[in-house]
Design a protein around this ligand. Structure first.
Ligand code: NDP
Length: 315
């Protein structure tokens, strides 16, 4: 009988996909181990694959301690919490879960955009509190139609956001590392894009190259009628500058799915009427989380069955 490959689980998947892995691999549960250090010391030398999530990632230290490691399969499209350099140095292939979550993330970006511009959360409270009857009509808000949406990162999710924005009859501009063959206006700095935009949507990857891409200067360029939507990573926005800009009217409002220090969102956001908040839940539907978990398993199976990764992370 051939030996099942040994996998280290840094963070678990959904039960159905854990059961699949359990059937074909020997799982070592670092996520639930009483003594994770002792577990690493005992099984580290024979671990050939790692399962993790965007929230958990994998440090260079752990990679270095797994000499037989071949593949890391992460339940996320973002790889900013994984030490890709260490993986590369140690010849480890990394796989992620692109594309299967695009529709849900794009939907949430649009949901936050409409909820923030139309002040839907405040309007909901207006009805619930009885203010409608007591104080009269809710104040007028700003329309979406005809507004300029600037997409910071026109990758696979950014393009799906653009398609949806076109259906709302907005104008579309974007920034990426290179200009694309698309019918949208290209801007080569975040500041220029923000200056043009009524609504700025951040959907670039996290990591050092995009850290604080939206800073005080970009927020000033977005202006007092402008709205920021962030479905990228908390690190992409200078959160101190954002809180100041929301407080002093430098921008009108923000719809945020991601935060600098998750899950501890800065409590000052909770005091603001001009923000709509979401707990990093853009891909959080039953269907998409299942599809992501399945892709994690399929990548592991393809690696150990056929010697290839289905969705390898490059670069
Ligand atoms: P892609 O790799 O397909 O697209 C990334 C886009 O960002 C590309 O257009 C790329 O430019 C651009 N980009 C990357 N680095 C820079 C940079 N330094 N400066 C300017 N532009 C840059 O990724 P996805 O669309 O699949 O995902 C984007 C990100 O969204 C993820 O990395 C993740 O952080 C976030 N995300 C958040 C989720 C949530 O739950 N809130 C869920 C899923 C993803 P170019 O095309 O020229 O290379």
């Amino acid at each position: 009988m051939t030996q099942k490959p040994d996998l280290l689980v840094l963070s678990s998947l959904r039960p159905a996909q854990m059961a699949e892995l359990e059937a074909r691999y020997t799982l070592h549960r670092h996520d639930t181990a009483e003594d994770p250090e002792a577990l690493l010391a005992e099984v580290g030398p024979r671990i050939r694959g790692v399962v993790t999530t965007g929230g958990r990632g994998i440090s260079g230290d752990i990679v270095e301690r797994l000499p037989a490691l071949e593949v890391v399969s992460t339940f996320s499209v973002g790889t900013d919490s994984l030490d890709l350099e260490a993986c590369k140095r140690c010849g480890v292939t990394v796989t992620n879960t692109p594309d299967v979550l695009n529709d849900d993330v794009a939907d949430l970006a649009l949901g936050l955009m409409i909820a923030t511009r139309r002040r839907m959360v405040e309007a909901d409270a207006w009805v619930r509190s009885g203010n409608w009857a007591a104080k009269g009509a809710f104040p007028l808000v700003r329309t979406i139609k005809g507004s300029r949406v600037g997409i910071l990162g026109l990758g696979s999710i950014g393009k799906d956001i653009a398609t949806r924005c076109a259906a709302l009859r907005t104008e579309i501009g974007y920034l990426a590392r290179s200009e694309k063959d698309v019918p949208y206006a290209y801007f080569d700095t975040p500041r220029a894009l923000a200056e043009w935009s009524d609504i700025l949507v951040a959907v670039v990857p996290g990591g050092s190259s995009t850290r604080h891409m939206v800073d005080a200067e970009v927020l000033k360029a977005l202006g007092p009628e402008g709205t920021l939507i962030n479905v990228a990573r908390g690190s992409v926005v200078d959160e101190a500058a954002l809180i100041a800009a929301l407080t002093d009217g430098t921008i009108a409002g923000a719809g945020l799915d991601v935060f600098a220090d998750e899950p501890k969102a800065d409590p000052r956001f909770a005091e603001m009427a001009n923000v709509v908040l979401s707990p990093h839940h853009a891909s959080g539907t039953e269907e998409t989380r299942n599809a992501m978990a399945q892709l994690v398993v399929d990548n592991i199976d393809a690696w150990f069955g056929e010697g290839r990764a289905l969705t390898p992370v490059t670069g």
